[in-house]
Each structure stands twice: as structure tokens, then as C-alpha cells.
Ligand binder design. Structure first.
Ligand SMILES: Cc1cc2nc3c(=O)[nH]c(=O)nc-3n(C[C@H](O)[C@H](O)[C@H](O)COP(=O)(O)O)c2cc1C
Length: 369
């Protein structure tokens, strides 16, 4: 087999080797998948404007996330059911990210427990992604477990008051493989879920909705802040107005995301909305971005437009499908080295050198003709 040298090589490998139902689960976007295409296409519409002759013999990619040092600004987004890609699943991801000194976000839909993930990679920077269940008590229990095990932030996913329509999941009547379990669900949530499983799709999506509280609203944010000492990040913000609402309620981070195009189809690519959000937040919270990051140059573009760090979802799953922890490490190292090279070739030696002037929309050049 030829060497895998870029994220799309790992993507091809995963596409060829995963069983159909896992492959469709990981690769799908929502509905007509317009946003899925746009997430990557929008990066290609941006052009880099490199500066030269700047002594790039030393390049540092280090930064901090909510005050915690990480070696490079590319982290793991939460993705559910990682043990379907490799038996080591979330533990493999945790080990790879800890080895590389970057941050892993563990999903609420994880097939490994909060505790096992934390114990498998001591010292790693980890965040926990949360959905608020209709029982506030079970939600608080989950937060306490994350706090106790050293997770450093709670990421509340806000773009999923109900499941997006994913045609392949419906066609395949996707259900969790029998050998796996959602390890962090409370007894109550687990029993709702097993009812769901026995019915299979298309009812599954509708029943799953009952597990996430659809009544959540802006008052839920101060409540969440009041029940934990951990910083809160809201994941799934796509407008300046919502970013402003979030900051006014005291969140520490805004995570620009369209859920990897799996929720509302027809929304913009995340990179397209980043500037609007940066202006609205005006330095009052950290801003992160995910969606369609497949190259080091994508990372550079996102940072130039104001993201503090980026997160990748599917690339982690491609790495897992290839070779567990080793595969995730390889994918992340490729992105890190591509990013470092892109920085040097643009004349940047630290993240402070990456500025808005480094990026122009393709139309800028045509308007000069
Ligand atoms: C298979 C899959 C499962 C996901 N599971 C979750 C999840 O459990 N919680 C969540 O907040 N986001 C979830 N997401 C969204 C990711 O966190 C992230 O926003 C998205 O994957 C980024 O886009 P990318 O895959 O192009 O990098 C999932 C995405 C995928 C592809």
C-alpha cells in the first residue's frame, strides 16, 4: 500500500475499509449535503498573501486554550461512537492527543466512559461535550464526573435541539452495534435509548430527540455556569447575534460549528461566518472553529480570520479506522507539520504573526483586473 501522506489519503482508506453502516454514519451530512460540500469548498475560495524574507528558521506553533498550553492549535472535536472505527475508540484518541500535547473533546455519545478515557492518558488536556438531558439531575451528575476526572471545560452543543435528517442513517436503519454501549448515559437515558434501539431507524431519530431537552433556551446558559466551576464553551454558533447573547451570559468560549454539516443543511460554511462572529465577540471570549479542516493551510486561514484554535472531527475517525491511536497521531502530525510549513512559507514564526492581512477572498484579485 502506498504511504498515506495527507488527510485525504486517510479518508480514502477509511472509505474503503469501514463497514458500510459505520462509513455512512461517519461520512454523512444532513439532507442534500450542500453545507457538507461548502465546508471544504469555502476554504478553497480564500487565498493566502504570504510575506517573504522574514527569517523563519524557528517557527513555534504553541498557544493556549483557556489558559492551558497546547503544542499546536489543532484539536479533536467530539465525535460519537468512536469504537465503531477501531476497538480502542476514544481511548486511542485520548492517547494520541495527549502524546502530541493537544486537546481532546470527549463526546456525550462516547462509547468509553469519562473515567476510562481520563485514566488512559493522564496529563492530557481534555474537554467534555455535553447535551442537557431533560433531567437536570443527570446532567449535573455527568458534569461532576467530568470535573472529578480532570476535564477542563464543558462544551455545550447548542445546534442539536433535535437530530438533523441524515438520509444514509435512515436508509441503513442505523443502530448502535450490539457490542457497544453509550458509556456515559444515566440509567434513565440508557433505558430510553434501548427502547429506541429496539425500534431501529427511522423511529430512532425521533426517539433520540426525547433524550436531549428541546426546551433549552438562553436561560439554560447561566444555569449551566452556576452548577460548575469549569469554563463553558458553546458549540454550534453561526451568527454574530447568538455569539453576542452567549458572551453576555458569561461563556468563556464560542465554538463556530455547523456540526460537520450534520444538522441544518443550507447553513454557511463555518469559515464564511467566522469574521462576523469575531466582530460580535470583540475579544470577550475565545473563538474556535471546526468544519472542513483538511489541510494545514485551512488552519492558517481560520487563525488569520480570528480563530484561536481549530478542531477536527472526521479526520480523527479516518486515523482511527486506519490504525487506532497510531493512525490518529499520524493524521494530527500531518496537519501540524502542514500548518508549520504554511506558517513559515507565509513569513510567520509564531501565532502572533498570523493576521487578517494574510487572507483575501478570491474575488479580491478579480476585482483588481
Ligand atoms: C460521525 C460524527 C459524529 C459526531 N458526533 C458529535 C457529538 O457527539 N457531539 C458534538 O457536539 N458534535 C459531534 N459531531 C460534530 C463534530 O464535533 C464537529 O463539529 C464536526 O465533525 C467538524 O467537521 P469535520 O468533520 O469536517 O471536521 C460529530 C460529527 C461526526 C462526523
Amino acid at each position: 500500500m502506498a504511504a498515506l501522506v495527507c488527510v485525504s489519503d486517510f479518508e480514502r482508506y477509511a472509505h474503503e475499509h469501514l463497514p458500510k453502516s459505520a462509513r455512512d454514519y461517519y461520512f454523512s451530512g444532513a439532507s442534500g449535503q450542500q453545507t457538507l460540500e461548502e465546508n471544504t469548498a469555502a476554504f478553497r475560495r480564500l487565498r493566502l498573501r504570504p510575506r517573504v524574507l522574514r527569517d523563519v528558521s524557528r517557527v513555534s506553533t504553541e498557544t493556549t486554550l483557556l489558559g492551558r498550553r497546547i503544542a499546536f492549535p489543532i484539536c479533536a472535536a467530539p465525535t460519537g461512537i468512536q469504537r465503531m472505527a477501531h476497538p480502542d475508540g476514544e481511548i486511542a484518541t485520548a492517547k494520541a492527543l495527549a502524546d502530541l500535547s493537544s486537546c481532546m473533546t470527549l463526546s456525550w455519545w462516547s462509547t468509553t466512559s469519562i473515567e476510562d478515557v481520563a485514566r488512559s492518558a493522564p496529563g492530557g488536556v481534555r474537554w467534555f461535550q455535553l447535551h442537557i438531558d431533560s433531567s437536570r439531575e443527570t446532567t449535573v451528575d455527568l458534569i461532576r464526573r467530568a470535573e472529578k476526572m480532570g476535564y477542563e471545560a464543558i462544551v455545550l452543543t447548542v445546534d442539536m435541539p433535535m437530530m438533523g435528517q441524515r438520509y444514509d442513517h435512515i436508509r441503513n436503519r442505523f443502530v448502535l452495534p450490539r457490542s457497544l454501549k453509550f458509556e456515559n448515559f444515566s440509567k434513565e437515558t440508557a433505558s430510553k435509548f434501548s427502547e429506541t434501539q429496539s425500534q431501529g431507524n427511522p423511529r430512532m431519530a425521533r426517539r433520540l430527540q426525547t433524550m436531549i431537552d428541546p426546551t433549552l433556551n438562553w436561560d439554560s446558559v447561566p444555569w449551566l455556569i452556576s452548577v460548575t466551576r469549569l469554563p463553558i464553551v458553546l458549540k454550534g454558533i453561526l451568527t454574530g447575534k447568538d455569539a453576542r447573547e452567549a458572551v453576555e451570559r458569561g461563556v468563556s468560549g464560542i465554538w463556530v460549528s455547523n456540526h460537520g454539516a450534520r444538522q441544518l443543511d443550507g447553513v454557511p460554511a463555518t469559515i464564511e461566518v467566522l469574521s462576523e462572529i469575531v466582530h460580535a465577540v470583540d475579544g470577550r471570549a475565545e473563538i474556535y472553529l471546526d468544519g472542513g479542516i483538511r489541510h494545514g493551510t485551512d488552519v492558517l486561514k481560520a487563525l488569520a480570520l480570528g480563530a484561536r484554535a481549530v478542531f477536527v472531527g472526521r479526520p480523527i475517525l479516518f486515523g482511527l479506522a486506519y490504525k487506532g491511536a497510531d493512525g490518529v497521531k499520524q493524521v494530527m502530525e500531518i496537519l501540524r507539520e502542514e500548518f508549520r510549513t504554511a506558517m513559515a512559507l507565509s513569513g510567520c514564526t509564531s501565532l502572533n504573526d498570523i493576521s487578517r492581512a494574510l487572507v483575501a477572498h478570491e474575488s479580491y484579485y478579480w476585482s483588481k483586473l
